[in-house]
Design a protein around this ligand. Structure first.
Ligand code: SF4
Length: 343
């Protein structure tokens, strides 16, 4: 079953310098129980795509075209009130730095319990006289959601969760804070979790633990995951499918193993060369140039100015998607696929 289907999505920012096409005709879909990766350098539009799914793009940003279907329903037709309901309950998000999302003055357990109370009717079924119900139900809701918060901390393997629930965020390590954020995000058992660079601020060992945790929790809570990262190594750990994003567009899509064994788009090939190996420690590869700023781009293939294989036509002819490998492996490059041009 398809949880999320995005078709030809376009999100733009009107600025004094011109129109920034941050998401430029993106198609993407996530099946139930899948972890789908979205990878690209900073500035490629990954986070704006996540914000577009949640309809939380800040002004002057605006979704100007396309559709976002969540469980078959168009999120772009939902009212702001309906979207507030969806965020945090049916779709949750976690970010790179949990300190930006956690309130430093509120105990961890209380922050999770508050999320649960906001989105679930914990204790609502209690039948009591009105005034007594108001008082007792409030307490019942509080104790039930607090208990549930402790269970959630336990589920993300925080040691002694009933004690640590009383801690403030600064009493947790970076890895524990990210686990707490995952606990909060999953506390309402969302259908979709968007994880935006969830391991970037963590050291390699903790990073691996968090990825394992996400994979385990996906099964435990029956949640699909969109994993956003600049790091292909993170994708290789847990994703079923990879979407490579460059300058607001998806340029290659494949099942994970296929992408790593048979990368086709020159951008993906260069990203893979940037991965450290035992032989490359002293001289890491980097892609020359920078991601363009996406204002009034006037060439057809956005990667052309940085592409080692670019020819004149790459600046004039839009590269459409072509089948380039197994299992719906597609790439948008004029020099790939059965219709390959001899440029
Ligand atoms: S279309 Fe041309 S410039 Fe773009 S990635 Fe392919 S070879 Fe490179």
């Amino acid at each position: 079953m398809t949880i999320l289907e995005i078709n030809d999505l376009r999100t733009e920012f009107d600025t004094e310098r011109g129109t920034v096409k941050a998401v430029n005709g993106v198609d993407l879909s996530i099946e139930s129980g899948e972890i789908v990766g979205l990878v690209g350098e900073s500035g490629s539009g990954k986070t704006v795509l996540a914000e577009s799914i949640l309809r939380s793009v800040e002004e002057p940003g605006e979704i100007v075209g396309g559709e976002i279907l969540f469980n078959g329903e168009s999120l772009l037709d939902y009212s702001d009130a309906q979207m507030r309901e969806i965020r945090g309950s049916a779709i949750s998000i976690i970010f790179q730095d949990p300190m930006n999302s956690l309130n430093p003055t509120i105990r961890i357990g209380e922050q999770i319990a508050e999320t649960i109370r906001l989105h679930q009717d914990v204790g609502e079924s209690v039948t009591l006289p009105a005034e007594m119900k108001r008082k007792i139900l409030g307490a019942a809701k509080h104790s039930e959601s607090w208990q549930r918060a402790i269970e959630m901390l336990e589920s993300v393997q925080i040691p002694e969760p009933s004690t640590r629930a009383f801690d403030f965020p600064n009493q947790f390590s970076g890895g524990m804070r990210q686990r707490a954020m995952i606990a909060m995000a999953l506390s309402c058992e969302p259908d979709l979790l968007i994880a935006d660079e969830p391991t970037t601020a963590l050291d390699v060992t903790v990073q691996a633990q968090i990825l394992e945790e996400l994979e385990r929790l996906k099964d435990a809570f029956d949640t699909s995951i969109l994993l956003i990262t600049h790091d292909l190594a993170v994708i290789s750990e847990i994703c079923h499918e990879v979407n490579v994003m460059y300058a607001g567009e998806i340029v290659e899509r494949a099942r994970t193993e296929e992408l790593f064994t048979n990368p086709q788009h020159p951008y993906t090939q260069n990203l893979l060369k940037c991965l450290p190996t035992a032989d490359s420690r002293d001289s890491l590869h980097s892609i020359p140039g920078n991601v363009p700023d996406l204002i009034d781009i006037d060439f057809a293939c956005q990667f052309a100015p940085r592409c080692p294989e670019a020819k004149d036509e790459c600046f004039d002819i839009d590269p459409d998607f072509r089948q380039v490998g197994e299992d719906d492996h597609i790439a948008a490059c004029l020099r790939r696929g059965p219709q390959e041009r001899q440029l």
